[in-house]
Design a binder for this molecule. Structure first.
Ligand SMILES: Nc1ncnc2c1ncn2[C@@H]1O[C@H](COP(=O)(O)OP(=O)(O)OP(=O)(O)O)[C@@H](O)[C@H]1O
Length: 262
């Protein structure tokens, strides 16, 4: 496969995966993936349908725990701490490593409640005023405040698709994450809403490590600094986005980015 393994667990990386494999029952979906994810970076996962991008993304905050047949092996650390250790509190982990899904999935509650829910259950606000502050700041960071500030009690599900996705980003931001995982966050959106999310990703990258799965190579080239190309459950190549798109080292990467399959 790749020259990605073995190498020692890095220090100073926000997240590191070493030799990660995932199976669903007997079927292996991801084999021996090693990668580092850094702050101030957007890392894009690209590759043909079924290559395991989403499966690998979900290992980074243990979302695969919710799939009964899924079995994860290897090591993944967050700030050097093993996220699969029995000492890891999964609820805390998913606040530190937040997730935004393909289809916007706001709770059927008010805009305010969608954002306030997480900080409230995590005890992040000592007063109603503090909670209001977190809600406003999260909606501002998600680029949604001006559009919703006069209707915070309206239902989140009444917003447009693009607004709902920015609300889901605000919801992830509200619990003060360090990493934000995005699984094809624009695939259900029109081009204008997509452009807004891409702009937002650009603004957020100074504050969080962002990992985005995308089918859209132009999107990966626009938003990311690092790109990982997956094929048939393997990480084929990982490097600076500019290099992956202009001077890929592996033949399989070249074939994919030039549209020979996908
Ligand atoms: N819950 C599951 N149960 C069983 N098999 C699964 C499950 N989720 C994914 N798979 C299988 O694992 C492999 C990788 O799927 P995954 O969704 O991770 O790929 P992907 O690259 O994200 O694909 P896409 O771009 O189409 O979303 C596929 O063969 C898929 O059928």
């Amino acid at each position: 496969m790749t020259d990605a393994t073995p190498f020692p667990t890095g220090t100073g990386h926000k997240m590191s995966a070493r030799g990660v494999s995932v199976s669903y029952g007997d079927k292996q979906a991801i084999r021996d993936v090693s990668i580092d994810v850094d702050m101030d970076h957007v890392t894009a996962f690209i590759g043909p349908s079924g290559c395991g991008k989403s499966t690998f993304l979900r290992t980074l905050n243990r979302m695969n725990d919710t799939i009964a047949s899924a079995r994860v092996t290897g090591e993944i650390t967050l700030d050097g701490e093993d996220i699969y250790s029995s000492a890891m509190d999964v609820v805390q982990l998913r606040a530190r490593v937040g997730m935004v899904f393909q289809k916007p999935n706001p709770f059927p509650k008010s805009i305010y409640e969608n954002v306030a829910y997480g900080p409230r259950i995590h005890g992040l606000a000592a007063s109603k005023g503090a909670l209001d502050g977190i809600v406003e700041q999260s909606l501002r960071r998600a680029g949604l405040w001006d559009e919703v500030k006069d209707r915070l009690s309206d239902s989140g599900t009444a917003l447009s698709g693009g607004q709902q996705q920015r609300l889901c980003i605000a919801r992830a931001i509200a619990v003060d994450p360090e990493v934000i995982l995005m699984d094809e966050p624009c695939s259900a959106l029109d081009p204008i809403a997509t452009a807004k999310i891409e702009e937002l990703i650009h603004e957020l990258k100074g504050r969080y490590a962002i990992v985005i799965v995308t089918h859209n190579m132009q999107q990966a080239a626009r938003v990311s600094q690092k790109t990982a190309f997956f094929h048939l459950g393997q990480l084929v190549e990982y490097g600076d986005t500019d290099n992956i798109f202009t001077a890929p080292k592996q033949e399989r990467t070249k074939d994919y980015i030039t549209g020979r399959y996908g």
